[in-house]
Design a protein around this ligand. Structure first.
Ligand code: NAD
Length: 404
């Protein structure tokens, strides 16, 4: 935390994240270190009742061993500490393989780890270039010395690494892509829902794995919601991410900008209507895409089937609760889901029905260090965060003592 400002600036330089969000990321990233440092004191075993006279049976917690941590660019500090915090607390040495887009944040964290007294060889970083990444990944996944691989990134790469880990049967955790639905029911407080949609959709310029990707609005409140959403989106300040007033920065690279562009064009070709944005803000630079809202979006459009990972709010409509839930779950992904409702019965029903590992009810900023983070379906395997995240780096060994 003593280096918060320098780290935040490094994130902004590397990832283009607006500075005030980069500062927030450093706070968030540090929270995983302090929480797990505390929780390390509570790693316990168990003494079980023995069912056989003369025996004692114990369960002992031990570190799994060397952990390879492969991380994405969109949270270049926090995605490392969310893994390294519990790994170090459990007693594992780590090899971090950061994204080729953001190697310097990882190296800065390693330097701070060494300054903080973590012994040499315990916190390691291996960087890679675009060309060398696959072979570095294969080396980590297939090495017998590595006993655990924790990956955060796209579903495609996660599946590949999982297959590569099979030869050495190592433990694997995967935090993958999402396609988060945000449902707005007729009973919702629409101002609250708009605020939640804005935070969830446009944070990090739409580049978070739990970003709302599809906004599903019940017909009775559609027009009011859309009018207020368009008004809020039109006020977003786009600009140099170092300017304190900027709320939206550039996208990470040309491929990311092209993907948003393709999703917009595909949606418009298939009948969606753009109410605001829809093109690059060339005057700011080619990686700036204008915050956009499209309505009349439907299931066969790319924007509803794939993670857009950019500032495009795609709005669909539904008639009743059952239809809304069916639409929300109509994806192979299941990371986060959100809904706004003022009806207590509906709140219970919908939270139970959403096929996502995390659910936000009348709230979209839902993550914190003491709870779990993780997906269902093709969004992942295993959980990060909280005491469940720490268990991912521990083996539970059974010890039976005879002759007592
Ligand atoms: P990515 O899959 O391209 O890269 C992630 C990491 O894998 C990087 O370190 C990259 O260098 C490495 N990698 C890429 N190809 C590889 C290969 N062939 N072998 C080994 N390693 C390889 O993802 P990204 O573009 O950096 O991040 C965006 C994606 O991450 C999105 O899909 C987003 O949803 C997801 N994400 C998920 C979470 C989560 O917690 N579920 C959090 C953040 C981002």
């Amino acid at each position: 935390m003593a280096n918060k400002e320098e780290l935040a600036k490094l994130i902004t330089v590397e990832a283009g994240k607006v500075l005030r969000e980069s500062r927030g990321e450093v706070d968030y990233g540090a929270s995983f270190i302090s929480w797990n440092a505390e929780e390390a004191k509570r790693i316990e075993g168990e003494v079980l009742s023995s069912l056989v006279p003369g025996r004692r049976t114990l369960l002992v917690s031990q570190p799994v061993g060397v952990a390879a941590l492969v991380t994405p660019w969109n949270f270049p500090v926090a995605m490392i500490t969310r893994k390294a915090g519990p790994a170090l607390a459990a007693g594992c040495a780590v090899v971090v393989k950061p994204s080729e887009e953001t190697p310097f944040s990882a190296l800065a964290i390693a330097e701070l780890a060494h300054e903080a007294g973590i012994p040499p060889g315990v916190f390691n970083v291996v960087t890679s270039s675009r060309d060398s990444t696959p072979s570095v990944g294969t080396t980590l996944a297939s090495s017998d010395l590595v006993r655990k691989l924790s990956f955060t990134g796209s579903t495609t790469v996660g599946k590949l690494l999982m297959a590569q880990c099979a030869s050495t049967v190592k433990k694997v955790s995967l935090e993958l892509g999402g396609n988060a639905p945000l449902l707005i029911f007729n009973s919702a407080d629409i101002d609250q829902a708009v605020a939640g949609a804005m935070a969830s959709k446009f944070r990090n310029t739409g580049q978070t794995c739990i970003c709302t990707n599809r906004i599903l609005v019940q017909r009775g409140v559609h027009d009011e919601f859309v009018e207020k959403l368009v008004s809020a989106v039109s006020k977003l300040v786009q600009g140099n991410p170092f300017d304190e007033s900027s709320q939206q920065g550039p996208l990470i690279n040309e491929a990311a900008a092209q993907k948003v562009e393709n999703h917009v064009n595909d949606a418009v070709e298939k009948g969606a209507e753009l109410l605001v944005g829809g093109a690059r803000a060339e005057e700011l630079g080619s990686l700036f895409f204008r915050p956009s809202v499209a309505v009349g979006v439907s299931g066969e459009m790319r924007v509803t089937c794939e993670e857009t990972f950019g500032p495009l709010a795609a709005v669909m409509t539904f008639d009743d609760e059952e239809e809304g839930i069916t639409m929300a779950n109509a994806t192979p992904f299941g990371l986060a889901g959100y809904f706004y409702s003022g009806d207590p019965g509906q709140i219970w029903r919908v939270s139970e029905a959403l096929e996502t590992g995390m659910v936000g009810v009348n709230e979209t900023m839902i993550t914190s260090e003491n709870t779990i983070f993780g997906g269902m379906k093709q969004s992942g395997l295993g959980k990060e965060g909280g005491r469940y995240g720490l268990r991912e780096y521990l083996e539970t060994k059974f010890v039976c003592m005879g002759g007592i």
